[in-house]
Design a protein. Structure first.
Length: 310
């Protein structure tokens, strides 16, 4: 008998690609049913956008967020249909992926989650239009040195740049308004970063610059039906499990303006005995991060999970 303790991890924005979900739906009626529900709930053919593009429309955050959520939930249902779940202890999602995790935990209905992420995407897009900013991945520099470099830029410029995602050892993401982010990029390069990659996003996500959008999204969340999860969800904001609906609602609202503590979340789950992580959704971004966090645990993408007998 397989004795692995399992976590499902759900990817966030940036994992999207044209064609995602198409092969999955061809293999799994349960996955195809998820896409059909999304098309009906949203009132437009999201499935066609995911399967065929165009890429530009898929990159629009108001489309990207429902698309990644739908593909992730479809992957989850396929894994369940093929009895590839295992002994599930926790769920977690990176940024947007928290909504997929909440669906997996039974805390959110799929249609409710679709509405929430569509609103989240709209508010984020509006925030970026009002106050253009950006994000950049910093690779090969100790986190403390990245934080120090950003602090010096903030002191000099009087505006914000800082760490927005603590992804794994040797990779964090910084965010800020356009001018200050550029100064931050130069500062971390001067501090010895091996590489800095500007992300294809026009907002300073998970930073104080998203406070207005976070407050507006908090008001949306007040009306959302969130139940007590059947499986604990490990939150980005705290790297600890949440089980109370009001705490979940608060964490989702704060998430837009607070850093993502992904490495801390993964380490906490490993300390609780998790030995297998399955990435349910498009791509393998989180599987790659996990390799840098702890190579001892087993790492499976959706495709690998479907081929694996638990």
């Amino acid at each position: 008998m397989d004795q692995h303790v399992v976590t499902f991890q759900f990817p966030g924005q940036g994992s999207q690609r044209v064609g995602m979900g198409k092969d999955l739906c061809a293999r799994s009626p349960a996955a195809a049913a998820v896409f059909a529900r999304a098309d009906e709930a949203l009132g437009f053919p999201l499935s066609q956008l995911c399967f065929e593009g165009p890429a530009e429309a898929l990159r629009d955050t108001t489309n990207t967020q429902p698309a990644v959520l739908t593909t992730s939930v479809a992957a989850l249902r396929a894994l369940e249909e093929w009895e590839r779940v295992g002994r599930l202890a926790f769920v977690a999602g990176h940024s947007l992926g928290e909504f997929s995790a909440l669906v997996a935990a039974g805390a959110l209905d799929f249609e409710e989650a679709l509405f929430l992420v569509q609103e989240r995407g709209r508010l984020m897009k509006e925030a970026g239009e009002r106050s253009p900013g950006g994000m950049a991945a910093v690779i090969g520099l100790e986190t403390a040195r990245v934080e120090e470099a950003c602090a010096r830029v903030r002191e000099t410029n009087g505006s914000y740049v800082g760490v927005s995602c603590y992804n794994c050892p040797g990779q964090v993401v910084i965010a800020g308004d356009e001018e200050t982010l550029q100064a931050g990029i130069q500062a971390v390069k001067a501090a010895g970063a091996r590489r800095v990659v500007r992300l294809a996003i026009s907002i300073a996500g998970h930073s104080p610059l998203m406070a207005e959008a976070a407050a507006a999204f908090g008001r949306v969340l007040e009306k959302a039906t969130i139940r007590r999860p059947e499986i604990p969800i490990v939150a980005n904001a705290t790297a600890r499990p949440l089980t109370d609906p009001d705490q979940i609602r608060e964490a989702l609202g704060r998430q837009l303006s607070l850093p993502v503590h992904w490495a801390g979340s993964v380490r906490w789950m490993i300390r609780q005995g998790v030995t297998r992580f399955v990435e349910a959704g498009p791509g393998d971004v989180l599987t790659g991060l996990l390799r840098c966090i702890d190579r001892r645990v087993e790492r499976l993408t959706t495709a690998q999970g479907l081929a694996y007998r638990f």
